[in-house]
Ligand binder design. Structure first.
Ligand SMILES: [Zn+2]
Length: 390
């Protein structure tokens, strides 16, 4: 068998990652056409026919398969990125600079470096000439950063992420994450009555009433959440993230709206998560002080058993390639594993190169060495999971 170091094409891997970072696929609007085009051409050049699955303008998804039949191993990664922000970067966030063994730029960690590792591993497998006993399916998607419908959501609707097991390539520092927290996004709206600023007693001040609700959420619910725990995750939490109200400085406001972000751990039930906020709202709701509570989005936590063969195979191959023993971990933030695992029931883990703590921050950068190691680990794991042996 050819050595892994002979199979991997480091230049091809680094060139892809650099080129993807140079495409500013910031979401919103999240146009990833050029990224998908780059992948299509690369795969085509190496004799692999990729496909584009798309329903929304500027938001195509790349799909490629190797082998056929079951089982199916799915690789999933996203091509959109968040804004570079206002702060000045050491290197141009969309310059794709390669310096001192790192690739610099927005999306290098989250997660164009990881998508490039998957693409490289895919091409290594295609070039190895080994026949897989099953199907390897790679999906590089749009619309992840804003929880949108054009990416993995669309692929799920089209039956494109049906699989027996899946790896979501979010950055894990080459560790394996088997659990992620769930999310509830909600609004609370207060309706009051306007009056002149000189006669506040004739009106109902929606902002002042809403502030009381916020106080209870922070003083009563927050401490309660901090007491709950999971061995691999931070405790659940609640944050008020948007607050709007008032139209004129001398008018008592009759409308106030806040939006909040609640993170959920396994063991917390959907109805309880809703009820805890509903109860606070009900406590303050009167005929005069009308309060509404609406859930905008709710996804439950996902969890895959650490005994699952995919987890154990990844751990073994991580040690083989890096020489390091890794422990399993959990992810506090959300990923497309929600759709693949929580909604479709596909056992899913997160594994990828790069330090998650650099995601969404200035001076995001990823070690090139980690990208190469991730490609080798993916290669070996696909061979193991698809029954080829080594
Ligand atoms: Zn991400």
């Amino acid at each position: 068998m050819k050595e892994l170091s002979d199979l991997i094409n480091i230049n091809r891997l680094n060139a892809l990652a650099g080129d993807l970072v140079r495409i500013p696929s910031i979401n919103p609007p999240g146009n990833v056409e050029a990224c998908v085009d780059r992948l299509m051409k690369l795969f085509e050049r190496h004799g692999v026919h990729g496909r584009v699955v798309s329903k929304f303008e500027g938001k195509p998804n790349f799909v490629a398969e190797l082998g056929h039949g079951s089982p199916v191993l799915l690789w999933n990664g996203h091509l959109d990125v968040v804004t570079a922000g206002e702060e000045k970067w050491e290197h141009d966030p969309f310059g794709g600079a390669i310096k001192d063994g790192f690739l610099w730029g927005r999306g290098s960690v989250d997660m164009k470096g990881s998508v490039s590792s998957m693409a490289e591993a895919f091409l290594m497998l295609a070039e190895s000439g080994r026949e897989l006993k099953g199907t390897l399916k790679m999906t590089a998607v749009s619309d992840e950063e804003n929880f949108g419908v054009a990416g993995t959501r669309l692929l799920a609707d089209e039956g494109e992420v049906k699989a027996d097991f899946a790896i979501v390539g979010e950055p894990t520092n080459l560790g394996v994450e088997v659990v992620q927290r769930g999310i509830m996004w909600f609004d609370i709206i207060a309706h009051g009555k306007t009056s002149h600023g000189a006669r506040p007693h004739l009106g109902i001040n929606a902002i002042e009433n809403m502030v009381e609700v916020v106080k209870i959420l922070k003083d009563r619910l927050s401490p309660l959440l901090k007491e709950r725990s999971h061995p691999l995750l931070s405790p659940p939490c609640i944050s008020i993230t948007m607050f709007h109200g008032g139209e004129k400085v001398n008018v008592i406001p009759d409308y106030c709206k806040l939006s909040g972000d609640r993170r959920i751990i396994p063991g917390e039930k959907e109805e309880d998560v809703r009820r805890e906020i509903e109860e606070v709202v009900r406590e303050y709701r009167t005929d005069e002080n009308r309060l509404e509570f609406n859930v905008q989005k709710l996804v439950l936590p996902t969890e895959t058993s650490s005994d699952h063969p995919l987890v154990q195979t990844l751990l073994k191959n991580i040690e083989r390639v890096t020489g390091e023993k890794k422990n399993i971990a959990g992810k506090d933030a959300g990923t497309d594993a929600y759709i693949i695992n929580a909604q479709l029931g596909v056992p899913t883990v997160m594994f990828g190169p790069g330090d998650f703590r650099l995601s969404h921050r200035p001076n995001e950068h990823i070690p090139l060495e980690d990208m190469a190691q991730a490609a080798k680990i993916h290669y070996l794991t696909a061979l193991n999971m698809l029954g080829v042996g080594l």
